[in-house]
Design a protein around this ligand. Structure first.
Ligand code: CA
Length: 626
C-alpha cells in the first residue's frame, strides 16, 4: 500500500478540514499503545518527538527540508492530519526473519509554506518501530535538497554505541569512507566523533537510569535509500540533537553532488527509530524492510544462499592461482558447502585456465562467486578485475559472461561513498545483475538500507570492521569478541553483515604459525556463524583444518544454516556479551559470544528448552541446537 499524498487529495482534505494548523501536537500511537509519535509546528518550524510508555525517548526535534524551490524548515503551517493503518505481509529469505507481518498506525500531513507549496509528511508507528519520510509535491517539479533539518534530540545523559564517519579519500588507496571505523561503547551522546564528521547509521542510543526512571534503548537508522537520494549520516551532537547530514564534498574525489536532486512526487528515504525497554526489539526489528518495496522481481529461477570457502582471508593474494583455488573447491566439497568465493586477481588466470576452473568447481558441485573492483576514478585500489562495471554497456556484457559461465554471484568492492550518484550505481548494478540471475554482495561499501527486500539478488554487505581486520592486526583480533558482542544490537540489526567469520587456524596465515594469533575459543568461532547474520557466509576455514581433530566443529559447520525463519534476543549487553536464538525450520540455534566472563540463566522456554545456565570466559562462546 502506497500512501503518498497527492495534491488533489490534499486539496480535498484541506477543503474538508476546519483548521489547517494543529490546535495541539498531532500524534499517533503504535499497536499496543506504548510507542507514540508526535508532530507539531512551533513558531513556524515543524518538529517531532517520540515517547515510550509516556517517557520521551526523543524530545522535540527539527523536521523539514530546504530545497531550491522552498524552505520547509521554517515559516510553515501544518496541513490537515489524516490517520490510517499500514499493513503488510511479506517474505524475504535473506533477512533475520523469513516471513514478516507488519501492522503500523499512520499519520499523514503536510508542511505548507507561505506561497502554498507543500511538503508531504508521513509517519508510521508499530509496536517498537517508527518510520517517517517526506514526499515532494508533484506540482513543484524536481527539487534539489539543500539541507535536511531532521534531528534526533536525545537527552544529554543518553549514551550511544556508534561508528564515526571517516574523512573522505583516506585509508587504503583512498577508498574511504567505507563504514570500516572502530566503535564507541556507551559513550555520552555529545562525544565528538573521531574525525569530526559525525556518525554512520545505525546508532544505538541508551537512555539509562534516573533521568528516565528506567533503561530505554533506541536504534536510529534510515531505510529505503535508492538513486533518488544520498546516503545520510548523523552529524556530531550539537544544540541538543544528532542531525541528519549529507555526504562529504570530498567523497569520490569530489565527483558528484552532495545535495540530492529528487524527482517530482517522489519520497525521501525513511528515518527510523526502534525503541524498547530491553534489547529484544532492537535485535528483532524488521523496520528496515517493513516500509520499503521491491524494486523489481527476481528471475524465475530462485536465488540460492549458503556457505562457502574463501582462500584470500587466510592464504592471501598468493592463493589467487588455479591450484590453490582448486584446493578451496575441494575444501567446500569436503564440507558439503555449496560455493567458493574467489577473491581479487582471478582475472590473471587467463580465460582457458578460468574455464577449466569453472568446470572443476561444477564437477564438484561447488558454485562460484567472483570478486570485482567497483571501478572508477574515485579510488586507487589496484586490485583487478577493474573497469568491468564501469558503464551500462560493459556491465551488461560482464553480467552476460557471468551468466553464460554459470557464476552464481559477485562481490563488488571499493565503492565511492554515499553521494546520490553512487547510490544510483548500486541500484543499476543490482538491477543489471538480476536480469542475468546473478547475486551481488558488496564490500568497501555503504550501509545497505532496506536493500534485501528492495533488491532480491542483494545478498549482503561489509560496512563494518570485518574479518580481514583480524588478519591485518592483532589489535583487531584482540577486539573481536567486543565487536561480535555489539553487532547484533547495532549494525547487524538493520542489514545483513558479510563479516567472513569462523577460523579454526590458530594463526591467520597459511603457515598457521605467524601473523595474527586467534585469541577466541573454537566455541566462539562456531557461535559467530549464527551471531553474524548474512544469507551468504564465506568462512575462514583452511584445508588443513580438515585433519586437525576438529570433528565436532566440522560437523556443526556442515549443518548450520545461513537463512533464518525467526530471530530472538536471549541475553546481552552491547560490547560485553550477546546471546541470540535463530530458528531454521523447526530447529533453534542458540548462540552466545562474550567479551568478558559472565554466568547467565537463559530462559529458553520459547524453544522448549526451559531455563539453562551458561558460564563463559572472555573470548568464549557457545552454540546449542534444539
Ligand atoms: Ca573491507
Amino acid at each position: 500500500m502506497h500512501t503518498i499524498l497527492s495534491r488533489p487529495l490534499l486539496l480535498a482534505l484541506a477543503a474538508a478540514a476546519a483548521a489547517t494548523v494543529f490546535a495541539e501536537p498531532a500524534s499517533v500511537k503504535g499497536p499496543g499503545g506504548r510507542l507514540a509519535f508526535f508532530v507539531d509546528v512551533k513558531d513556524g518550524a515543524p518538529v517531532w518527538k517520540a515517547s515510550y510508555d509516556g517517557v520521551d525517548v526523543v524530545d522535540w526535534s527539527a523536521l523539514g527540508l530546504a530545497t531550491d524551490t522552498a524552505d520547509f524548515t521554517r515559516g510553515v503551517t501544518a496541513g490537515p492530519v489524516r490517520h490510517g493503518v499500514f499493513t503488510d505481509d511479506y517474505r524475504v529469505p535473506t533477512i533475520k526473519k523469513s516471513h514478516v507481518t507488519v501492522e503500523m498506525n499512520t499519520l499523514q500531513t503536510a508542511f505548507v509554506d507561505a506561497a502554498g507549496r507543500r511538503l508531504g509528511f508521513e509517519a508510521r508507528v508499530g509496536r517498537h518501530d517508527l518510520a517517517f519520510r517526506y514526499t515532494f509535491a508533484k506540482a513543484d517539479g524536481a527539487q534539489r535538497v539543500r539541507r535536511e533539518a531532521t534531528a534526533f534530540a536525545f537527552a544529554p545523559s543518553t549514551t550511544m554505541f556508534a561508528t564515526p564517519q571517516s574523512k573522505p579519500m583516506i585509508g587504503f588507496a583512498q577508498t574511504k569512507p567505507s563504514y570500516e571505523e572502530t566503535y564507541v561503547f556507551d559513550a555520552p551522546v555529545a562525544t565528538r566523533s573521531g574525525y569530526g564528521e559525525g556518525w554512520t547509521f545505525p546508532l544505538l542510543a541508551h537512555a539509562a537510569g534516573a533521568a528516565h526512571g528506567r533503561d530505554l534503548w533506541a536504534l536510529v537508522s534510515e531505510t529505503g535509500t535508492d538513486g533518488n537520494y544520498c546516503g545520510c549520516r548523523l552529524a556530531d551532537y550539537a544544540d541538543g540533537a544528532l542531525r541528519i547530514a549529507f555526504p562529504m564534498a570530498g567523497e569520490a574525489r569530489g565527483r558528484g553532488d552532495v545535495e540530492p536532486v529528487c524527482a517530482a512526487g517522489s519520497s525521501t528515504p525513511w528515518r527510523t527509530l526502534t525503541v524498547g525497554d530491553s534489547l529484544a526489539p532492537i535485535v528483532e526489528t524488521t523496520v528496515a524492510w517493513d516500509v520499503v518495496r521491491p524494486a523489481y522481481a527476481p528471475p524465475a529461477r530462485p536465488y540460492a544462499f549458503g556457505k562457502g570457502s574463501w582462500s584470500w582471508i587466510v592464504w592471501d593474494d598468493a592463493s589467487m592461482n588455479p591450484a590453490d583455488q582448486r584446493a578451496f573447491v575441494d575444501l567446500a566439497a569436503a564440507m558439503k558447502w555449496d560455493h567458493i568465493l574467489v577473491d581479487a586477481f582471478w582475472d590473471r588466470f587467463g580465460e582457458p585456465a578460468l574455464k577449466d576452473f569453472f568446470a572443476y568447481a561444477k564437477a564438484k558441485g561447488v558454485a562460484v562467486y567472483l570478486w570485482y573492483n567497483s571501478n572508477g576514478d574515485w579510488n586507487d585500489a589496484p586490485q583487478t578485475p577493474k573497469d568491468r562495471f564501469n558503464t551500462p554497456e560493459s556491465t551488461e556484457r560482464e553480467m552476460a559472461w557471468l551468466e553464460a559461465n554459470g557464476v552464481r554471484g559477485v562481490k563488488v568492492d571499493f565503492w565511492g561513498g554515499d553521494k546520490q550518484f553512487v547510490m544510483k550505481r548500486y541500484c543499476a548494478l543490482f538491477e543489471s545483475a538480476n536480469r542475468h540471475g546473478i547475486e551481488v554482495f558488496v564490500h568497501g561499501c555503504t550501509l545497505p538500507r532496506g536493500w534485501e527486500r528492495m533488491f532480491p539478488n542483494f545478498v549482503g554487505a561489509e560496512a563494518l570492521l570485518a574479518s580481514e581486520n583480524l588478519k591485518f592486526s592483532q589489535g583487531a583480533m584482540d577486539s573481536h569478541s567486543q565487536w561480535a558482542s555489539l553487532h547484533p544490537f547495532c549494525r547487524n540489526a538493520v542489514a545483513g553483515a558479510e563479516f567472513g567469520p569462523v577460523f579454526l587456524n590458530r594463526f591467520l596465515r597459511k603457515d598457521n604459525t605467524s601473523g595474527s594469533r586467534r585469541v577466541t575459543t573454537e566455541n566462539f568461532e562456531l557461535a559467530t556463524s549464527v551471531i553474524y547474520q548474512n544469507p551468504v557466509q564465506n568462512f575462514g576455514l583452511c584445508p588443513n583444518n580438515l585433519h586437525e581433530g576438529f570433528d565436532r566443529e566440522l560437523a556443526f559447520l556442515r549443518a548450520v544454516p545461513t537463512t533464518w525463519d525467526e530471530t530472538r534476543f536471549v541475553a546481552g549487553y552491547p560490547g560485553r556479551y550477546a546471546v541470540l536464538a535463530r530458528r531454521h525450520g523447526t530447529r533453534w540455534y542458540v548462540a552466545g559470544v562474550a567479551r568478558e566472563g559472565v554466568t547467565l540463566q537463559l530462559d529458553l522456554g520459547f524453544c522448549g528448552a526451559g531455563t539453562r545456565p551458561v558460564s563463559l570466559t572472555r573470548d568464549d562462546g557457545f552454540v546449542w541446537v534444539f
